[in-house]
Design a protein around this ligand. Structure first.
Ligand code: ZN
Length: 491
């Protein structure tokens, strides 16, 4: 066999083992008996060490040197395997193991500190987290011209840099800040005041998943505390949740996760169990979940259809017509929590985290000063005081488990979704009429053909440019948000 064939065969097993690891994590959040937690930890750790050994196997180095790619697919596979191999070998095994140990402990300490609203009790553990991640970032940055932060960002968004992200946020901030102020000064949107039964919510959730193109023969929906999507290829599962007073939480969690899942389900079969057989980056992944959830799912046209579904399911739930319903779905309110933020304010939450995590990684901000820095930045950006750490610095699990450089990819996803929506409207002139009938397939087929199908073949920026025909920029998202919220709040 040739080096190329050997490498692809070896990689196929590595990818399959990675899928098994993901399925164990899915099971842990959905089906696993609570008494099995310790055993599951051992199972995952054992699999992790097998995966680590395979990803640093010296034979990979030989194959990478000898392989002669004959197609652009093989060239892209080599690019990804080489990148992973170089990355894994840069981080010493002891550091890697220590990071895994500290991060799993840290998550528990953080949860405890959050429940007690006591940042101080998390400081010693979090100092260790930050120190280890800086050490890892330094190891990754060695021999490159990257900063520690850029080296970490690259794990989630290949080739992106902090300075690109700063340009993006500088472009967004003035529009978002002034729009937000105007909206919050206007008459508030109506709120739902009704108890929506769980079975009815789940029935609609299933209909929505179907409408947005989720393939139930290669996936399933279960309930979990936090909605997520898991897996690639022919087994892509999602979770959702219900809340009696807030059915939108269920419906839009489902549509969001269906966006992630459809990306995975839509990838070319030819990339099955290769590095190209999954979403190319966190930002591009989030563009799919966001455009499904927001530009399509929260549009005036589609919410008109959803209103009818809800009336059929729940009867009169106190909202008189489609226009009022559209305002309720897109309500903008003051709040502390990123995951509960509306389309308009979401990116402001991300900007705050981007600023603070860069300072932490650069060593310019000490952990012991983080809570004050957070509260000051929040007051500056949102105009009111954080009332408690669980509504502030302790709200997200990302930093406690060492995910630095992850947050900006959420905003990048929103930005990409704005670009894709412009191109989609251009290419599918019937879009609005389709959505008002609950007919999403013209939109999802466009996304599948132009973006999802190509998996990891191109870089993230090339992937968006290929789909849209123009390079990504923040302008389409800013125009979309301005038009939408000016209309909603009669500004
Ligand atoms: Zn998402």
């Amino acid at each position: 066999m040739s080096a190329m064939k050997d490498l692809i065969a070896f990689q196929r097993e590595t990818e399959a083992l990675g899928q098994i690891s993901g399925r164990l994590e899915w099971d842990q959040e959905t089906m696993m008996p609570s008494g099995a937690a310790t055993q599951r930890g051992e199972e995952l750790a054992a699999l992790q060490s097998v995966l680590h050994a395979r990803k640093t196997d010296p034979r990979l180095g030989d194959w990478l040197e000898a392989a002669q790619p004959e197609t652009k697919v093989e060239t892209a596979i080599l690019r990804d395997v080489r990148k992973s191999y170089d990355r894994m070998r840069k981080v010493p095994a002891e550091l890697d193991a220590e990071i895994a140990r500290v991060m799993s402990k840290s998550q528990g300490v953080w949860a405890e500190a959050r429940s007690k609203d006591d940042f101080g009790s998390f400081v010693p553990t979090f100092e260790r987290v930050v120190a280890l991640k800086r050490e890892e970032g330094q190891a990754l940055a060695n021999g490159t011209d990257k900063t520690v932060y850029d080296a970490m960002l690259d794990d989630y968004e290949p080739d992106a840099t902090a300075s690109d992200m700063a340009v993006m946020f500088d472009e967004m901030r003035p529009t978002l800040v002034s729009l937000r102020e105007a909206v919050l000064a206007a008459e508030p949107a109506p709120v739902l005041d009704f108890d929506f039964d769980e079975a009815g919510q789940l029935e609609i959730s299933n209909k929505l998943a179907q409408a947005f193109g989720y393939d139930f023969t290669k996936g399933r929906i279960d309930k979990a505390v936090h909605p997520f999507s898991s897996g690639s290829g022919t087994d892509v599962r999602i979770t959702t949740r219900t809340s009696a007073r807030d059915p939108f939480n269920c419906f839009y969690s489902t549509i969001h996760e269906v966006g992630h899942a459809c990306y995975e389900q839509g990838i070319d079969d030819a990339y099955f169990l290769t590095p190209l057989g999954q979403g190319v980056s966190m930002g591009v992944h989030e563009s799919q979940s966001r455009i499904y959830e927001n530009q399509l799912g929260r549009s005036r046209a589609f919410t008109g259809y959803l209103y009818g579904l809800m009336r059929d399911q729940f009867g009169d739930f106190g909202i008189a017509n489609e226009d009022i319903f559209y305002r309720a779905v897109n309500a903008v309110n003051k709040g502390y929590i990123r995951t509960e933020a509306d389309e308009l304010q979401y990116n402001l939450h991300v900007m705050l985290r981007f600023e603070l995590e860069q300072a932490l990684m650069a060593g310019d901000l000490q952990v012991v000063d983080l809570e004050t820095a957070w509260n000051d930045a929040f007051k500056r950006d949102f105009g009111y005081e954080v009332d408690k750490p669980s509504n502030g610095v302790l709200q997200d699990v990302h930093w406690p488990v060492g995910l630095f450089g992850y947050f900006p990819t959420y905003s990048l996803g929103n930005l990409y979704a704005g670009c894709l929506y412009d191109a989609l409207k251009r290419d599918v002139p019937t879009l609005e009429a389709d959505l008002s009938k609950g007919e999403v397939s013209n939109a999802t087929n466009w996304l599948r053909g132009n973006l999802q199908h190509h998996g990891g073949l191109r870089t993230p920026v090339q992937t968006i440019e290929h789909a849209c025909g123009t390079p990504p920029s923040a302008q389409p998202l800013m125009t979309y948000l301005t038009d939408k919220f000016k209309g909603l709040y009669s500004l």
